[in-house]
Write a protein that binds this ligand. Structure first.
Ligand SMILES: CC(=O)CC(=O)SCCNC(=O)CCNC(=O)[C@H](O)C(C)(C)COP(=O)(O)OP(=O)(O)OC[C@H]1O[C@@H](n2cnc3c(N)ncnc32)[C@H](O)[C@@H]1OP(=O)(O)O
Ligand SMILES: NC(=O)C1=CN([C@@H]2O[C@H](COP(=O)(O)OP(=O)(O)OC[C@H]3O[C@@H](n4cnc5c(N)ncnc54)[C@H](OP(=O)(O)O)[C@@H]3O)[C@@H](O)[C@H]2O)C=CC1
Length: 292
């Protein structure tokens, strides 16, 4: 089994920067790619901020922080990923964008390298089929926030070979995370359970059963969830939540997965949650204020 020493990460958003952060701390060389230099700059600033917070909390040393930062390089071109042993795609949850990335990546990436997607919901088999190496393609699904969450789901496509699965498992173990293996069905395990709950919380708001604060307080205090479902939706990103519900609805053809029209409205408004500073809460002031 080939050892993974150099990791490529496509997309410098919240998941991409989290994966780059934990991989660099674990001693891997990381190349972070995104479409604009602004995105790369803000991704690196977030990594630096989160590493600095870990130093302040004595989770890591100052030396570990500076070594980790030194292991991450950035590139606006996929050519910069050519000699990586593993490339994880973490661009937005849109299948056409992911397919285009894999098409372009295969043209430059060394043939023996493994390709993975961090997709929350999309079929690994279908994504693998648009690459030149379906046997070396796998779903490696990290949870948000990556530096704090223990779990990573591994999803084999129909063609994924044993060596790829074992290399992915070893990689996840090196990052100090636990593996849950999921079959390749829409939204896998965590999101198959979590997203219908979030969607139902949005229906609860839409139908006027409770307001934002009441729904979140009910689930935090009444079910001991660390975040309320609407706060969590804002944290995940409302665009991502909608995309996952659409994949569940289309993939399982069951009306119980119908995305709530209010979720659609927020996404159409560009109110995507924390990343755009407005969602079920408005984050522009000193503390979050409910928008309903
Ligand atoms: C959509 C998908 O495909 C799959 C998914 O990921 S679904 C989402 C899964 N994730 C969850 O369900 C998260 C639920 N929330 C939680 O577990 C907790 O609220 C939490 C772990 C995120 C934070 O815990 P907390 O104790 O309430 O928060 P908080 O006190 O602010 O943070 C504790 C520490 O976490 C760290 N932290 C918080 N957010 C962080 C982030 N985004 N990145 C890195 N570190 C972070 C900080 O070190 C923070 O320390 P400080 O107090 O010094 O700032
Ligand atoms: N949010 C979550 O809780 C979780 C998300 N995921 C999955 O991870 C992936 C990323 O999600 P997340 O990090 O939250 O999303 P973000 O919106 O935070 O980040 C996505 C990043 O990808 C960039 N991007 C878009 N198109 C391309 C491209 N062609 N090439 C390279 N980069 C591109 C975006 O740039 P720009 O904004 O300029 O378009 C942005 O920087 C999705 O598949 C999502 O389903 C998995 C687990 C948890």
């Amino acid at each position: 089994m080939a050892q993974i020493n150099k990791l490529g990460v496509i997309g410098a958003g919240q998941m991409g920067n989290g994966i780059a952060h934990v991989a660099a701390l674990a001693g891997l060389d990381v190349v972070l790619n995104d479409v604009t230099s602004d995105r790369l700059k803000s991704g690196m600033a977030t990594i630096n901020g989160n590493l600095t917070r870990q130093v302040a909390k004595k989770v890591i040393s100052e030396e570990a922080r500076s070594q980790a930062l030194g292991r991450i390089s950035i590139t606006e071109s996929l050519d910069g990923l050519a000699d990586c042993d593993l490339v994880i795609e973490t661009a937005i949850e849109k299948e056409d964008i992911k397919r285009k990335i894999f098409h372009d990546l295969c043209a430059v990436l060394k043939p023996e390298a493994i390709i993975a997607s961090n997709t929350s919901s999309i079929s690994i088999t279908r994504l693998a089929a648009c690459t030149d190496r379906p046997e070396r393609f796998i779903g490696i699904h990290f949870m948000n926030p990556v530096p704090l969450m223990e779990l990573v789901e591994l999803i084999r496509g129909i063609a994924t070979d044993d060596a790829t699965f074992e290399a992915a498992k070893e990689f996840v173990g090196r990052l100090g995370k636990q593996v849950a293996v999921s079959e390749d069905f829409p939204a896998f395990i965590v999101n198959r359970v979590l997203l219908p709950m979030i969607n139902e919380a949005i229906y609860t708001l839409y139908e006027g059963v409770g307001n934002v604060e009441a729904i979140d307080a009910a689930m935090k205090l009444g079910a001991h969830h660390p975040m309320g479902p609407l706060e969590l939706a804002d944290f995940i990103g409302l665009d991502t939540c909608l995309s996952i519900m659409q994949v569940l609805h289309e993939g399982l053809a069951d009306s119980k997965y119908r995305p709530c029209p209010l979720l659609v409205k927020y996404v159409e408004a560009g109110w995507l949650g924390r990343k755009t500073q407005r969602g079920f809460y408005d984050y522009r002031g000193p503390k979050p204020v409910p928008t309903r």
